[in-house]
Design a protein around this ligand. Structure first.
Ligand SMILES: [Zn+2]
Length: 133
């Protein structure tokens, strides 16, 4: 199970910028990189259109997601997680997030009004330690 996530300072900045730009709607995207045991390293963060465009949930544009997946694959990387923003609430999984996470067992990075946190579903929601590099 992944317990630690490394992400570039540049990518964190990108996510904050996306949060501001899409307010009051949620913004979303994918985290591309590699995993090694308990550690996941994000090497690239890609913005994906939120086709739902609501304040309380999001849905990654399927075509853009497919393209991102293909690009990652081509470069020998994988999609290790997704990010989304909570422009009007804390960086804690919502009820909708929890239900969706259970069926999408990758890293969930959430940027909210009180900061940025990462989670993973493993018989319940576990916190993933975040480290900028
Ligand atoms: Zn959410």
């Amino acid at each position: 199970m992944i317990t630690e996530l490394k992400i570039l300072h540049r990518d964190i900045e990108l996510i904050w910028k996306e949060m501001e730009a899409n307010k009051p709607y949620e913004a979303c995207g994918v985290l591309i990189g590699t995993t090694d045991g308990n550690l996941a390293i994000v090497e690239n963060t890609l913005v994906i259109t939120n086709v739902k465009r609501t304040k309380r949930s999001f849905e990654l544009d399927p075509k853009e997601f497919y393209d991102a997946w293909n690009m990652a694959e081509k470069n020998g990387k994988e999609i290790i997680g997704i990010y989304h923003t909570h422009p009007v609430s804390c960086a804690v999984p919502s009820t909708w997030d929890r239900e969706t996470m259970e069926n999408a067992p990758s890293i969930w990075l959430i940027a909210g009004s009180d900061g940025i946190r990462a989670y993973i579903w493993e018989n319940g929601i576990k916190i993933v330690k975040l480290q900028e590099y």
